[in-house]
Design a protein around this ligand. Structure first.
Ligand SMILES: [Zn+2]
Length: 453
């Protein structure tokens, strides 16, 4: 059997492909023929045609390529090449110095997560002393402030007396896009995702605009990309951020929803608190729903809010929830500490949505979550925190239900899972073993290959 590498697997694109000896939906020894992006035959004992590339699945399960229904690809690429500059990784000046000294690469150093408990507020002088030979920019963990050294300020053409920049993210991003090889690092991140078997992503960044779309078009990625964003995009789902502390005017919000729907565009709401969720559902109820409208996260869904969700979604199931069970595995202990006990059962629910008849899809929310979809599936099955506590035992999914969160079509995250069948798009995730052996492990190293025809 082939070895699962878990990362950096190049995607093999073969216009004429025959996959042999695969397990498809529990049936062993199945062959699958693909032509120009589609499955054209599924059966046993198919003979290789001249010029056809043959891939031996060695008995492993052949799954459709996975879809991550909520991710931020550019931010993930940026995070992967960033130096962690704050707690818990870095807590002292000496640790900050060591981290910056060990920064990979040769040119820009990008630091994230800084907190003044490490070494007070930084400025260009202190940064020059720490690392003056390369342009350095460090983001405060609030996301609202950057510190740059003198070389970085010069390279960015920014005149700053002390190297402290407030709310200049947009400007920095634009200048840096020209300055750095953004494309290369995004493509590298795309290959990392392919190693997990990811064939499609929905980029859920609310600031995605026509510029982002233009950048995406130039990139050579392993995934099909579904772009959410603001109204400047010509099509696609409109992503609406909600923030408890500054909720928009409800009439204005209804109008925004109605305008999107009038253009056949769905809306997706960022809802991580109960208040945000209730607010979004109230606005949706007033404006009306369009099949495929989405609630992202639904991080806290109590019984009453579940009822409201059901009501607004209606019998037709117009409102899809896209959940991130991986947050239980990543941050569960913090939730158990910080969230009132009566809400523990309402956190990142899974089975509750299915039982309520709501369409449910899965995403990792990387880089805010780990980009490994297998870890997210495992979390949906086990619901275990890093310390081994269980959060919401009633919310556990079966491995098959967890897999289905990532098998739904990109444009219908709560829809029926994609299947390996005639006419289906020919992108696959080949596992190192049959599903019966894989379902109890749900680990990234089960992925032998991500294949496209
Ligand atoms: Zn997100």
């Amino acid at each position: 059997m082939p070895d699962g590498t878990g990362e950096h697997t190049p995607v093999d694109r073969r216009p004429a492909l025959l996959i042999v000896n695969a397990e498809v939906e529990g049936v062993a020894d199945v062959d699958v023929r693909c032509r120009d992006g589609r499955v054209v035959d599924v059966g046993r004992g198919l003979d290789a045609a001249p010029g056809e590339h043959v891939l031996d699945a060695c008995g492993g399960a052949l799954l459709p390529g996975l879809n991550d229904h909520h991710i931020h690809l550019f931010a993930l690429a940026a995070a992967r090449r960033s130096v962690k500059c704050g707690p818990p990784d870095v807590t002292t000046f000496a640790e900050l110095q060591a981290a910056l000294e060990a920064a990979p690469g040769e040119d820009w150093i990008r630091g994230v997560g800084y907190h003044e408990s490490v070494a007070g507020l930084l400025d260009s002088r202190s940064l020059d002393a720490l690392r003056g030979d390369r342009p350095v920019r460090i983001q405060h963990r609030s996301g609202k402030m950057w510190f740059v050294n003198s070389l970085a300020a010069r390279r960015l053409g920014i005149d700053t007396p002390n190297g402290q920049l407030f709310r200049l993210d947009g400007l920095l991003r634009k200048r840096l896009a020209e300055d750095e090889d953004l494309g290369r690092s995004v493509e590298e991140t795309s290959r990392l995702l392919a190693g997990y078997g990811i064939a499609g992503i929905t980029d859920a960044t609310y600031t995605n605009d026509s510029t982002t779309e233009a950048i995406y078009r130039q990139l050579n990625l392993c995934q099909q990309v579904n772009l959410m964003g603001d109204e400047s995009l010509p099509s696609g789902t409109v992503k609406i951020m909600l923030d408890d502390a500054a909720l928009p005017d409800v009439d204005h919000l209804q109008e925004r929803i109605a305008k999107a729907h009038a253009r056949k565009r769905r809306v997706a709401f960022h809802c991580v608190t109960r208040t945000e969720l209730v607010f979004a559902l109230t606005a949706l109820r007033a404006a009306g729903t369009l099949a495929g409208d989405r609630i992202e996260h639904a991080a806290v869904t109590d019984a009453a809010t579940m009822g409201l969700l059901q009501e607004v979604s209606g019998e037709a199931g117009h409102v899809t929830v896209v959940t991130q069970p991986n947050f239980i595995a990543e941050r569960g202990d913090r939730y158990l500490r910080d969230v009132p006990p009566e809400d523990h059962a309402s956190l990142y629910r899974c089975r509750g949505f299915l039982e309520a008849g709501l369409p449910l899809g899965g995403g990792t929310d990387a880089p805010y979550g780990d980009p490994d979809p297998w870890a997210a599936m495992r979390a949906a099955v086990e619901r275990q925190t890093p310390d081994g506590q269980v959060v919401g035992a009633d919310e556990k999914l079966t491995p098959e239900q967890a897999l289905a969160l990532f098998l739904a079509p990109l444009d219908d995250p709560g829809g029926a899972p994609r299947r390996v069948e005639i006419g289906a798009a020919a992108d696959f995730c080949v596992l190192t073993r049959p599903w019966n052996g894989a379902r109890s492990a749900l680990a990234a190293n089960l992925v032998a290959e991500c294949v496209k025809a």
